[in-house]
Design a binder for this molecule. Structure first.
Ligand code: HEC
Length: 150
């Protein structure tokens, strides 16, 4: 038979776990974060396609990056609120990503490997440009400073 103090210790231990779990989930990730994760995955698929010269794979993956889903309207409003007058620049980076992903897809369609690689490099630069300009302050704003380093 369990001794009563075991019960109490178990209760305290599970309360701590519950507290830790809810604490970690205190800030809901934005829909944008999942969109970004998917962009990252699709970039890996394209890298793999280039290595295998599987231009069909590149051609069908590029539009998933170019025309990636958008966050819901309410989240867009929050992002716009945070970006303020920088919203134009933020959008311009996204436009670059769109254009270069589309160019990579077109080059893949033409089985132009060198063209795919050139467009892919510009595509990576467009991701990087937005990240280096906005990601740190964005993450600090929406998740708090602790999570700023990813
Ligand atoms: C217009 C700006 C912008 C562009 C362009 C952009 N990103 Fe991001 N990215 C962000 C922001 C802002 C975050 C932080 C989002 C968050 O944590 O909620 C982010 C985060 C990420 C993350 C980390 C997600 C995680 O697990 O926390 C990955 C991966 C990523 N982006 C991939 C990409 C790739 C690949 C591209 C280009 C194909 C790209 N991004 C283009 C703004 C951008």
């Amino acid at each position: 038979m369990k001794k009563p103090h075991n019960f109490i210790l178990n209760f305290i231990a599970s309360s701590c776990l519950l507290f830790a779990a809810t604490g970690a989930q205190a800030v809901e990730p934005l829909a944008l974060q999942q969109i970004m994760k998917d962009l990252g995955k699709n970039m890996q698929v394209i890298t793999d396609g280039i290595s295998r010269e599987d231009w069909e794979l590149v051609e069908k993956t590029a539009p998933l990056i170019a025309d990636h889903p958008q966050p819901p309207f309410s989240e867009k409003m929050r992002i716009m609120g945070f970006m303020g007058t920088n919203m134009g620049r933020f959008k311009a980076h996204d436009g670059e990503t769109h254009d270069h992903a589309q160019a990579a897809g077109n080059a893949a369609k033409a089985k132009d490997g060198q063209g795919v690689i050139l467009a892919f490099q510009k595509l990576q630069t467009s991701c990087y440009s937005c990240h280096s300009e906005f990601r740190k302050s964005f993450v600090e704003h929406f998740y708090g400073k602790k999570d700023a380093v990813q």
